[in-house]
Ligand binder design. Structure first.
Ligand code: ADP
Ligand code: MG
Length: 338
């Protein structure tokens, strides 16, 4: 439904988005996950036609967002990071204004405004001034305006930022609810949030797409490294003799304990670590060696996310600091020592 093809955006000579390509299919909730500065807002602004691309294109149901903006934008509702709310107006006045701008008139306009207010739970505050509403309610007004005009796709840029924990839960519930009737794309720098709401995750870092999959597949494929820890009275050599015929080909390390016990750590990329646990159990049993303990540490998506998105260029930079930086560091150290 949406094709993003080789999207690149440069601000001056800084490349914020670099050759980004992906496809959005109808009926899913997509999480655009990445640390601050990853290029999420830039990408969303381009996808919604609010910002020009340096190169690449975006197609909405086949319509190029820049060449056929009218047709393409009709399919889209967008809540930008900083929604342009008119603080002196009431939600109803504001939504009526936005609905008109989207081409709605008369009864259809009234009906849709009423409908999106109900959908987002702002009907009770419809006549209050937006400036008097809590951040959570303002965010709902922002989502309500995105829903006007019945777009197929709703794009929300960091919709939970700056909200208190209860408001966050409410907005997440609302996004889930919207996902039943719309294709939703929302961005977040919080992994658990994306995991909790989405059925498709795009991980973006340094302006590039580094992963795109279902949450469960991401966990399986990317994580790779589950770790099984065994405790036994057998020594290292004996354990290796038991493990050798299994041809697990895994990374093994040992820890000799003071009480004569050996701890064995096995890392496995096997998506089913329990199968390996079972194999180990029987191998030790067949050799008449008791397994005193066996534990499994599943690598978390959080660890993978951090690893994938961490700025690997930084250490290199700090090895070759500019002259100015060098001087600054030296001065700071001197001050510390005094
Ligand atoms: P995110 O939404 O993932 O936090 P952004 O898309 O806002 O990331 O920003 C990506 C990168 O582009 C950041 O390094 C940011 O500083 C830079 N950037 C964003 N907007 C501009 C701009 N108007 N001019 C120059 N640099 C910008
Ligand atoms: Mg952003």
């Amino acid at each position: 439904m949406i094709q993003v093809e080789h999207l690149t955006k440069c601000y001056g000579d800084f490349m914020a988005v670099h050759d980004l390509s992906f496809e959005i299919e109808e009926g899913h909730v997509y999480g655009f996950l990445g640390p601050n500065g990853a290029g999420k807002s830039t990408t969303m602004n381009i996808m919604t036609g609010c910002l020009s691309a340096t190169s690449g294109r975006v197609l909405m149901d086949g319509h190029d967002i820049f060449e056929e903006p009218k047709e393409a934008k009709r399919l889209l509702g967008y809540l930008p990071e900083q929604p342009p709310l008119y603080l002196n107006e009431s939600p109803e006045e504001y939504l009526t204004f936005v609905g008109r701008a989207k081409g709605l008139r008369g009864q259809e306009l009234r009906e849709q405004v009423a409908e999106v207010m109900t959908q987002t739970g702002i009907a009770p505050v419809r006549n209050r001034r937006i400036s008097d509403l809590s951040k959570g309610y303002r965010q709902r007004v922002g989502i309500a305006q995105a829903l006007l005009g019945n777009p197929k796709v709703i794009i929300l840029d960091e919709p939970t930022v700056g909200l208190d924990p209860i408001q966050i839960i409410e907005i997440r519930d609302l996004i889930r609810e919207l996902g039943r009737s719309h294709t939703v794309i929302f961005s977040s720098h919080i992994l658990s949030e994306v995991q909790a709401i989405c059925d498709r995750i795009l991980i973006i870092a340094r302006g590039q797409l580094i992963a795109f999959d279902r949450p469960e597949n991401l966990e399986r494929q990317l994580l790779g490294q589950n770790e099984i820890t065994l405790t036994t009275r057998a020594g290292q050599d004996e354990v290796l003799d038991i493990l050798f015929p299994l041809a697990l080909g895994e990374e093994v390390s040992f820890q000799e304990k003071e009480d004569g016990l050996t701890q064995v750590h096995l890392k496995t990329p096997d998506p089913d670590p329990y199968a390996m646990g079972e194999q180990l159990f029987w191998a030790f049993a067949d050799n008449g060696v008791a397994l005193l303990e066996m534990s499994l540490k599943k690598a978390s998506l959080e660890e993978v996310f951090l690893e994938l998105t961490e700025d690997k260029e930084k250490p290199e930079e700090s090895q070759e600091p500019e002259d100015g930086q060098d001087l600054d560091d030296g001065e700071e150290q001197e001050v510390d020592e005094v």
